[in-house]
Structures are given as C-alpha cells and as structure tokens.
Design a protein around this ligand. Structure first.
Ligand code: ATP
Ligand code: MG
Length: 378
C-alpha cells in the first residue's frame, strides 16, 4: 500500500501556490487575481454557486485552460506555462469519463501503459489500486457493467495510478444518488488522508465541502470571498454572501443607531460595535446552547447593505411576529425581551432552521454585519 503513492518529504512551503490568476473569456472576467496556497497532503475544496469559476480555476491548475495572468508553483516548480501532459496530477471529472470500450483493468492501467511501465508492475499496481477503492474483482468488467458509484471509484483509481503529486476532483459526486454520495464522500476523504495526497476538489454542495475539507475556499463571481477551515467558514463568515451560502441563516434587519444601539423593528438592542467579545449578557437559555448567551458584533468586510437580502414576502410575517413577541414579553428586561423576540422570530421565519442565526445591521456609512450565533465559541 505504502508504495501506491510516493510523495516528496514535507516542507514548510505550500505544495501548490497560485498568485494573481486572472482569466477572461472575451470581455467576461471569469477569474480575478486569485491567490491561494495549498499545503502538502491537505484537501482543499472550492465551493461556490454555479458559474463562479471553480472549474475554470481547476482546469488552469491542470493546464487544460490557460490563465491570462498569474503564476502557478507546484512542488517548488513554476508550471504556469507547462502543457497539461507535463504536469503532475490525476483528475476525476463529474461524469466518470471512463473509456467504455476498455476493461476496468485497462482503464486503471491507462496512465501506466502510457508511461511504458512493465507488465508485471502494471498488474501489481492495478491490483493494488482496485483493492484500494474496494473493487478488487472488477478488473475484467467493462464500465457499463458498474454502478455510477463504482465507476467513480474506478475513475479515482485511474487518477491515482501514476502516483501524482496532486489529485484534482471536479464535482466527483454530483452524478450520484444521495446515499452513494455520502458514502463515497467518506471513502474519498479516508483515502486522501491515508495516501496523504494533496487534493483539490470542486463542489457547489455546502455540506460536502464542510464535511470533507481541511480548507474551504468560498468563491463568488470569479473572486475568493473567504478561505478558512470548515468551522471558520461556518461560524465566522467574512461576508454576508458566505453566511448565506454556507448555511441556513435568518437575516433580521436592524438599523444601527450609533453608540452600540441597534433597532430591530420596535425593539432596541445594545451591543458593542466592532468588538468580538460578549457585549451583552442575557439570562441563559434564551438562545439554545449559547455558552455566554451573548452578542458578537463585528464590522463587515465590505458587503452589501442588508435590506437587499430580505425576502419581501417574509417582511409582513416578520412584522406581525415582532408585534406578537413584543406584546407577550414582560418589560422587565429589554435585552432579555429582545433575545427572546429574535429567537421567536427566527423560528417563526424558518421553523426548520436549526443552528444559525444571523443578525445584520445596516447603517451608512459604515456598514456593520453583527452576527449572533448559538453555540459556544471555540
Ligand atoms: N470556454 C469558455 N468560454 C466562455 N465562457 C466560459 C468558458 N468556460 C467557462 N466560461 C464561463 O466562465 C464562468 C465560470 O465557469 P466555470 O465552469 O468555471 O463555473 P463553475 O463555478 O465551475 O460552475 P458550475 O458549478 O456550474 O460547474 C461561467 O460564467 C462560464 O459561462
Ligand atoms: Mg464546474
């Protein structure tokens, strides 16, 4: 097993480094000045909505597309202008792209045959790889005789056959049914960790990204919105876009009135703007699971005013819920009332929203995106 993939010894330098990658298709800019570093042996996931440039970026790394500007360093070598066939990677596409007229053995052996490896070595390596992906007896079959998930396992074995330094996966699970998807998600991650192969995967599935990646890169309109661990991305989104894209959120409108005062409908919240700390404590239990039961206010990293994010059809319901909440709560503690109202509002707006509240305040200028999270900070 150990010799299926052999890697250079680790160093402090990132294994793959992208700087200033820009790609235009005619007048359309698909990627703007992308800078990224992938650590050796890690799994990075490009996450973003359709058309944001994920595949284009992956294809540029593979040399299947040429960037207009920018450099790519892989394993200390500048590969920016190297043709695809001289780069060191294996790739798996969304549609399995196996050769239908070749046996599974020949599919997996393809890259090894091209590299003129000896028969014995090829046989041994293919057997090893088929075992690795859990299909040791599939060698004599044809792709059409396998299920989608099995074909994708074979595509993975084929991509790994030449022991590449970099594994590229473009939506490898999106053609599979939900159960197979989740199963293969775990298998790919386990395999990646076992082999220690530096991997970049593309997906537009948030859950997939958060459950598999070491590092998530959230992209939007050809730009990077945020790079971070799944937890950072989920709990500390750098922009309203990330918060909205990465998890179910309730966006409640608050108007910043200065001096730490925020108005939500008829209610006033107090919080220290710009501080990460807990600014206002409230009796426990109002926000489920929140250790400090408090606010975390932070200035936004740019971003749009929040009003634009509201769904119009919810606004009447929200106002009605606000009135009901305000009427029901005792006037003894304004903050307590406010938190209770927010919780009530959040659950009335999206009863199945489980774990995330997002309170956005607008004022101009500056703009703030205070966030309110249940769950204890790390
Ligand atoms: N060869 C091309 N010619 C012109 N425009 C292109 C070309 N390839 C990609 N684009 C455009 O560049 C943008 C980014 O495309 P890309 O395929 O990278 O998106 P994506 O994030 O992978 O989306 P999806 O999730 O739908 O696969 C899109 O607007 C797409 O239309
Ligand atoms: Mg794509």
């Amino acid at each position: 097993m150990a010799n299926v993939i052999e890697h250079a010894s680790s160093s402090d330098e990132p294994y793959l480094k992208l700087s200033g990658i820009t790609k235009r298709f005619g007048k359309f800019t698909a990627l703007s000045s992308i800078a990224l570093a992938v650590e050796r042996g890690r799994l990075m996931i490009f996450l973003g909505p359709s058309g944001c440039g994920k595949t284009t970026l992956l294809r540029i790394i593979a040399g299947l597309e040429t960037q207009d500007e920018g450099t790519i360093i892989q394993g200390g070598r500048d590969i920016s202008r190297l043709p695809a066939m001289r780069r060191d990677y294996g790739i798996v596409f969304q549609s399995y792209a196996l050769f239908p007229n070749l046996t599974i053995f020949s599919n997996v052996a393809y890259g090894l045959v091209n590299r003129r490896k000896g028969q014995d070595e090829i046989k041994r390596r293919v057997a090893e790889l088929l075992k690795l992906v859990g299909l040791p007896d599939a060698g004599s079959k044809y792709p059409g005789q396998l299920s989608g998930g099995q074909q994708q396992r074979i595509a993975l074995a084929r991509a790994l056959a030449t022991a590449p330094g970099l594994l590229l996966l473009d939506e490898p699970l999106s053609a599979l049914d939900a159960i197979e998807r989740v199963r293969l998600r775990g298998e790919i991650r386990a395999l990646q960790q076992r082999l220690g192969v530096t991997t970049i995967m593309v997906t537009h599935d948030q859950e997939e990204a958060l459950s598999m990646a070491d590092t998530v890169v959230v992209m939007n309109h050809g730009r990077i919105e945020q790079v971070g661990t799944p937890q950072q991305i989920y709990r500390d989104p750098a922009s309203a876009f990330v918060a909205d894209f990465v998890g179910k959120v309730n966006v409640l409108s608050a108007v910043a009135e200065g001096a730490g005062r925020f108005r939500v409908g008829g209610l006033v919240l107090n919080g220290a703007i710009g501080s990460e700390g807990v600014a206002a404590r409230v009796p426990g239990g109002v926000l489920p699971g929140d250790r400090d039961a408090g606010w975390r206010w932070r200035p936004a990293a740019g971003g749009e005013p929040v009003a634009a994010q509201h769904r119009r059809d919810e606004s009447r319901r929200r106002r009605a819920a606000q009135r009901r909440a305000a009427a029901r709560l005792p006037p003894t503690s304004l903050i307590q009332a406010t938190f209770a109202a927010l919780t009530l509002l959040a659950s009335s707006l999206a009863p199945r929203c489980t774990n995330l509240y997002y309170l956005v305040a607008r004022s101009s200028p500056p703009r703030y995106h205070p966030r309110l999270w249940p769950g204890s900070p790390d």
